[in-house]
Design a protein around this ligand. Structure first.
Ligand code: SF4
Length: 481
């Protein structure tokens, strides 16, 4: 008889690294987990800052406990390291510093792999269900013998939840991360899981995050969730916060491909924190799954028109691309300048294929976002035509992607903003238009202070950017790329 996947929910009320380490070690023992060979721990550090983004990432105390437990359980381990690629093109070493990781790595004499600084290698996908035949991964991921996934338990405005499966978006570097990060995001997450699976998962659900990915509001869940299969862990995670696993689309895709169960009856849920008790605690857990036209309908000068999208499976909305990036960009402004939504000048955001006239206001600046966007009409008495240049996944070659480097993109977007500064409208290209680009465009059109140049981050961010460039060049030279 086939054995059921086991998932543990353990109580953990605070961030004491010794307590966390003890719980994770106990979980590893119960699940029969023995790290061996090259062991790599992958936390979620999409963004981190003690004041600006305190709840977006796997906490340093959690990492501390996980490293300790891994070392305590390991047999014949050749290396125990931590690796990650943070989000929105920021240097990962900068995010690690803001997350407080260097002291933990030093304490355990553990190496960090910043995935934006290492060689990227192709990995083949063979199932035929994936969007493409090859994906690119950092070399340490391709070479690891034992991958440990350490996600943060968060709601997600594009995918509903980010748990074990979604955390692997943070494996890819900037050049490859935005490939298929559009209306196919949920498929891409399943592709990533197909290419590489973790052998142990421990989710930091002590303080979970609600609503947003970069700026979540904290929710005391008081739990650590552990397992050895991403689908099983994510299924239990769904039930913990009253989500039907069928509605977590990437889980459905991954499970359909045979990567694990999504039926709670096929999973043995145990641990000292009963699922029903967790569910009683989370009845008010908040999500944000509003489309941008509704989300920005009140109390701000930002208005949105949403059209139709090019793929049949999601023709009413693009959950994985430009609209979500707009939401996250506005939340970045909120984090730096809480008054941003009130002070932004009038901006009208248009995304998707829109037919017929749009009721623009006379003093509104218009941002047409994304390659799939198209429209024909009149703006301030002038005929304007916006054409779609959208390409489906098979027409996008993952080996010939753009760099998406932070500085290159910043300069290119600022130049584009400068050239179009006198125009009533701008067409931002990309599929998706990244969160970072949205920040630049909103800053120019809405006359908001550009958060990239905020004095609280600008110096340290740029120092780490140049360090990243230096070490990346050295690593590429050493690995003969
Ligand atoms: S251009 Fe943007 S909105 Fe259109 S499909 Fe691509 S990511 Fe989605």
């Amino acid at each position: 008889m086939e054995t059921r996947h086991k998932v543990l929910i353990m109580r953990c009320d605070g961030y004491d690294p010794d307590v966390i380490g003890g719980i994770i070690k106990e979980g590893m023992e119960e699940l029969g987990v023995v790290p061996t060979g090259k062991v790599l721990l992958k936390p979620n550090v999409v963004i981190a800052h003690p004041q600006l983004f305190p709840h977006a990432f796997t906490r340093k105390e959690f990492l501390d406990g996980a490293i300790w437990a891994s070392k305590a359980r390991a047999e014949n381990a050749r290396e125990i390291a931590v690796g990650e690629r943070c989000g929105i093109t920021l240097p990962t070493r900068w995010a690690f510093k803001n997350a407080g990781y260097p002291e933990v790595l030093k304490k355990h004499r553990t190496k960090a792999y910043y995935f934006d600084e290492v060689k990227q290698v192709p990995v083949n996908l063979k199932s035929g269900a994936a969007l493409r035949n090859t994906m690119f991964f950092p070399k340490p991921i391709a070479e690891t013998d034992f991958l440990i996934n350490l996600p943060k338990f968060k709601a997600h405005p594009w995918c509903r939840l980010t748990l074990s499966l979604k955390n692997f978006i943070g494996i890819q570097d900037d050049r490859h991360r935005l490939v298929d990060h559009n209306v196919f995001l949920e498929h891409k997450i399943a592709d990533l899981q197909e290419a590489v699976q973790p052998k142990f998962i421990a989710i930091d659900a002590i303080t979970a995050g609600q609503k947003m990915m970069l700026t979540p509001t904290p929710f005391h869940m008081g739990a650590i969730v552990m397992g050895t299969n991403s689908c099983a862990v994510d299924t239990v995670g769904c039930h913990m916060v009253h989500v039907d696993p069928e509605d977590l689309i990437h889980l459905k895709h991954a499970s359909t491909r045979g990567l694990g169960p999504m039926n709670i009856d096929e999973i043995e849920v145990s641990g000292d924190f009963p699922l029903e008790e967790v569910r009683e605690r989370t009845t008010n857990f908040e999500f944000c799954l509003e489309t941008i036209d509704k989300y920005f309908s009140d109390g701000t000068n930002l208005r949105c028109t949403v059209g139709k999208f090019p793929e049949k499976h999601s023709s009413d909305y693009c959950w994985g691309g430009c609209p979500g990036a707009l939401q996250e960009a506005m939340h970045l402004f909120d984090a730096f300048h809480p008054e941003a939504r009130q002070t932004i000048k009038k901006v009208h955001y248009v995304v998707g294929r829109v037919q017929g006239p749009i009721a623009f206001e006379k003093d509104e600046k218009i941002l047409f976002a994304g390659n799939c966007t198209s429209w024909k009409g009149e703006i301030n008495g002038k005929e304007v035509t916006i054409n779609s240049s959208y390409k489906p996944p098979r027409a996008v070659d993952e080996r010939k992607t753009k760099t998406n480097d932070m500085l290159v993109k910043t300069l290119a977007t600022l130049w584009s903003c400068f050239r179009q500064r006198k125009s009533d409208y701008v067409h931002a290209k990309g599929c998706p238009v990244s969160v970072g680009d949205h920040v630049h465009y909103l800053s120019m059109l809405g006359k908001l202070k550009n958060v990239n140049f905020d004095p609280r981050i600008v110096v340290s961010l740029n120092i780490d950017y140049w360090k990243m460039r230096f070490y990346r060049a050295v690593n590429r030279w050493l690995t003969d790329e």
